[in-house]
Design a protein around this ligand. Structure first.
Ligand SMILES: Cc1cc2nc3c(=O)[nH]c(=O)nc-3n(C[C@H](O)[C@H](O)[C@H](O)COP(=O)(O)OP(=O)(O)OC[C@H]3O[C@@H](n4cnc5c(N)ncnc54)[C@H](O)[C@@H]3O)c2cc1C
Ligand SMILES: *[C@@H]1O[C@H](CO)[C@@H](O)[C@H](O)[C@H]1NC(C)=O
Ligand SMILES: *[C@@H]1O[C@H](CO)[C@@H](O)[C@H](O)[C@H]1NC(C)=O
Ligand SMILES: *[C@@H]1O[C@H](CO)[C@@H](O)[C@H](O)[C@H]1NC(C)=O
Ligand SMILES: *[C@@H]1O[C@H](CO)[C@@H](O)[C@H](O)[C@H]1NC(C)=O
Length: 493
């Protein structure tokens, strides 16, 4: 029975407001959301945006290159190997959830014997006898290896609180606010000092830091123990047991999430973003919009969006996006990204390069290194299945390897594949992270990389940005930057 109400509109409105809990409910949903970048950050953002904003909003994801971004594989001898982000921690809950939801499978990372090379000799070499390894570790480093495990656990346990906060829809406006909410002032201190300083304060031995800790930083971030304490802890968690990657390639998570989100992929390079105002938007007032100009196969085109998520580092060498008509202007992002080169080599490693008199004695599957200006590699390790001979080695280095360096490192080789990355921030504490909010409805997920760059961090940041966008669109400011969540959520059923 349709019947128009005899009430005049001004009288009706206050009633509506009461019944539905505030003016926010009257706001129209956004029509279009733009996402720049289709790495794990952009594709998981599309997925979370769909969850929060519902089925009607149009979501466009812009990608200049391949879906996956820094998750990519290279093919050698008929098999694919991870060339960018490769290992996932067993407690990376978003990644775990994606893989399950998308029907993908986990592949356990198996590791052979490891040695830490100083540039002149091995500081530590694993043997196949577990008890002997423990004794050697204990002899060289005392209780440090055991204590570091507990130190990392403590950081990780606190950091895991973020999942609970996010499941209750809480969001944060900057990486610092997020870190403070999970770990208090201690976590901000981690950002302000090097992992070297953090561990010294926790009374770890300098020998242990210079050897083990440094080697791990070089493997995971191509840098020394001068990275900030938080990314240092993330890096140390990356030598845990139970590490995995996605069967068929980690980038499958990105294509899967893009599909699941029902977002439209637009293949093209975003050139500029311009702030626009339309005179009669919602509630009769002016409406802010973002105009994206991009270059695709059909030429240079522009489109407007209500909400915009930027999920690529904004460094000029990486994204090269110009911001127009913002007042105050969007700052320049010029802090450098660190270059890491991944080289895949099918061949025999030169054992005498690592000081082995008798190459038949060489049985290491992974060589980590310490700081030495003469060393031209960060680490090298076998990535192929154990039955392949010669194996496929993956080398990480700061610069492209020259022919001469290849000849030193390998006694013989045939196929080679090289991938050069601006891989992660060049960390240099005290770290000041960019904010997650760049403008009214414009968000920047990559800000989190200055705390730590990892797949899971991008996914956490993507969910945070989707929540931020939702709360700010509907004016639910009490869901942003809340403190004491740990205590408050404890008592909640
Ligand atoms: C060698 C290496 C090893 C790593 N190892 C690990 C690891 O073991 N474990 C781990 O968790 N993490 C690791 N990482 C880090 C991890 O890969 C990254 O933190 C993560 O993949 C970043 O994802 P993202 O979506 O935030 O950014 P990206 O993957 O960089 O995605 C951004 C996307 O935006 C696109 N884009 C940029 N500019 C434009 C433009 N103007 N227009 C359109 N599109 C644009 C890019 O093409 C890119 O696809 C590693 C990284 C590297 C490079
Ligand atoms: C970190 O350093 C910055 C300046 O470099 C300072 O403003 C801030 O208070 C410091 N924070 C902590 C928790 O030490
Ligand atoms: C757009 O892309 C084409 C082809 O890649 C290129 O030739 C052209 O210079 C690009 N234009 C702009 C404005 O970047
Ligand atoms: C950035 O893009 C502009 C055009 O938008 C181009 O002229 C310039 O060469 C680009 N710079 C880099 C470093 O790619
Ligand atoms: C192997 O390493 C040794 C020692 O660095 C070097 O002298 C030799 O030329 C390298 N190459 C080969 C093929 O043995």
């Amino acid at each position: 029975m349709a019947r128009s109400l005899p009430l005049p509109l001004p009288l009706l409105l206050p009633g509506l407001l009461l019944c539905c809990g505030g003016a926010s409910e009257l706001r129209r949903p956004p029509a279009r959301i733009g996402v720049i970048g289709a790495g794990i950050g952009g594709t998981s953002a599309a997925y979370f945006l769909r969850q929060k904003f519902g089925k009607d909003v149009q979501i466009h994801v812009f990608e200049r290159g391949a879906v996956g971004g820094r998750l990519a594989t290279v093919r050698l001898e008929g098999k694919d190997y991870e060339a960018g982000g490769s290992i996932i921690h067993p407690l990376n809950l978003h990644m775990k959830h994606f893989v399950k939801e998308l029907g993908l499978s986990e592949h356990q990372v198996q590791d052979g014997l490891m040695g830490i090379y100083s540039g002149e000799e091995f500081a530590y070499v694993e043997s196949s006898w577990y008890i002997w390894n423990l004794l050697k570790l204990f002899w060289r480093y005392g209780l440090n290896p055991l204590r570091i495990y507990m130190w990392v656990e403590e950081v990780l346990e606190k950091f895991m609180r973020i999942y609970r906060y996010q499941s209750h829809d809480y969001a944060f406006s900057s990486p610092e606010n997020l870190l403070h909410a999970v770990g208090g002032a201690n976590f901000l201190h981690l950002l302000n000092q090097t992992i070297d300083e953090s561990l010294q304060k926790a009374r770890f031995s300098q020998k242990f830091i210079n050897e083990m800790v440094t080697a791990v930083m070089r493997v995971n971030y191509g840098q020394s123990a001068s990275v900030n304490g938080f990314v240092g802890a993330v890096s140390l968690a990356g030598v845990n047991a139970g590490l995995w990657s996605v069967e068929g390639g980690n980038k499958l998570v990105c294509t899967g999430l893009l599909d699941a989100s029902k977002a439209q992929l637009i293949s093209g390079r975003v050139i500029s973003v311009e702030a626009k105002t339309r005179p009669n938007g919602r509630a009769g007032g002016p409406m802010k919009l973002y105009e994206i100009t991009y270059n695709s196969t059909s030429g240079v085109t522009s489109d407007v969006y209500d909400i915009l998520l930027i999920t690529t580092p904004l460094q000029r060498e990486i994204a090269n996006i110009t911001f127009r008509n913002f007042n105050p202007p969007i700052p320049k992002f010029s802090a450098p990204y660190h270059q890491t080169v991944a080289t895949f080599v099918h061949g025999h490693i030169n054992a005498s390069f690592f000081g082995y008199q008798d190459p038949s004695q060489f049985n290491l599957a992974a060589i980590f290194t310490m700081e030495d200006p003469h060393l031209f590699i960060n680490n090298v390790g076998i990535v192929s299945p154990i039955n392949l001979s010669p194996p496929v080695w993956k080398v990480f280095s700061r610069q492209l390897l020259t022919k001469e360096q290849m000849k030193l490192l390998f006694s013989s080789y045939d196929s080679v594949e090289v991938q050069k990355w601006l891989a992660y921030p060049h960390y240099s504490p005290p770290e000041k992270c960019p904010p997650f909010i760049l403008h009214d409805q414009m968000y920047y997920t990559s800000a989190i990389e200055w705390a730590a760059s990892a797949m899971e961090m991008s996914a956490i940041s993507a969910k945070n940005a989707a929540l931020l966008a939702h709360h700010r669109w509907y004016s639910k400011m009490n869901m942003i930057n809340q403190e004491d969540l740990h205590e408050r959520l404890k008592t909640e059923l």
